[in-house]
Design a protein around this ligand. Structure first.
Ligand code: GDP
Length: 277
């Protein structure tokens, strides 16, 4: 039988593709369009956590990545209050939109991490926070009167800032990543990479990769993300670049007629970016 609708498409010339956006079209390939439309309407949620000692450029990098003020400045007026006595966990949410795709971005900051004299176990409150979000989500999921859309506060990604010492990881870095890599996707980055020369950066990256391996730290992208040969190839490329070297800036400059977010120094202007190699 034939499906007849008031708004049925007019007969088309041979070889012309049926527009799948037309609601009257019936076919399996229309599913893709339906899913796309639904996803666009709902938008996406992305929760990113930033961890590292104060002053490593966490707030600046978040503002660079999303090209707007998505993170508060870490410096507070009162010296006494600048470094909290314990690790705090603060979330700030924003609605960001790019080319019609909406995203609810939440930046989870962890002021106080690694800032004490004794930093032993300062990963614990962060681990607890992450696990609590899984628990809350699970409870909502198993609820009989399940919400149509469960609010997702789970941490999708944790960016860990390594100080640009050029030497090796500190015990604090190893401890944090060793524990947290079991519960969250860790993306290690070398903070303020503009302070290292290219050779220093390359050898620092190599040292960090070896240390991660030696300590059994499995960072993003983990092996289970390699679902097929193509995934593996893409992920292997990323693995070679880890840890990313990053430069953050929220100042705009004009360079060769192009407006960029960069750091103007006595020696030139460096573009704020994630440097691959
Ligand atoms: P947070 O405490 O980790 O959030 O650090 P901030 O983002 O407040 O940055 C601390 C200081 O470092 C500020 O003066 C920034 O301008 C500077 N800074 C941020 N990112 C970079 C970077 O990539 N390179 C350099 N050289 N300085 C940076």
């Amino acid at each position: 039988y034939s499906v007849k609708r008031r708004d049925a498409p007019q007969p088309q010339a041979k070889g012309e593709k049926t527009p799948i956006s037309d609601t009257s079209y019936v076919g399996i390939d229309a599913i893709l369009e339906q899913m796309r439309r639904k996803a666009m309407k709902q938008g996406f949620e992305f929760n990113v956590m930033v961890v590292g000692q104060s002053g490593l450029g966490k707030s600046t990098l978040m503002n660079t990545l999303f090209k707007s003020k998505v993170s508060r400045k870490s410096v507070q007026p009162n010296v006494e209050e600048r470094i909290p006595k314990t690790v705090e966990i603060k979330s700030v949410s924003h609605d960001v939109e790019e080319k019609g795709v909406r995203m609810k971005l939440t930046v989870i900051d962890t002021p106080g991490f690694g800032d004490q004299i004794n930093n032993e176990n300062c990963w614990q409150p962060i681990m607890k926070f992450i696990n609590d979000q899984y628990e809350a989500y699970l409870q909502e999921e198993i609820n009989i009167n399940r919400k149509k859309r469960i609010p997702d506060t789970r941490v999708h990604c944790c960016i860990y800032f390594i100080p640009p010492t050029g030497h090796c990881l500190r015990p604090l870095d190893v401890e944090f990543m060793r524990h947290l890599s079991k519960v969250v996707n860790i993306v290690p980055v070398i903070a303020k990479a503009d302070t290292l020369t290219l050779e220093e950066r390359d050898s620092f990256k190599k040292t960090i990769r070896e240390e991660l391996r030696a300590n059994g730290i499995d960072v993003y992208p983990q092996k289970e993300f390699d679902e097929d040969a193509e995934d593996r190839m893409i992920n292997d490329k990323i693995r070679e670049m880890i840890p990313f070297a990053v430069v953050g800036s929220d100042q705009e400059y004009q360079v060769n007629g192009k407006r960029i977010l960069g750091r103007k120094t006595k020696w030139g202007t460096i573009e704020g970016n994630i440097h691959e190699l």
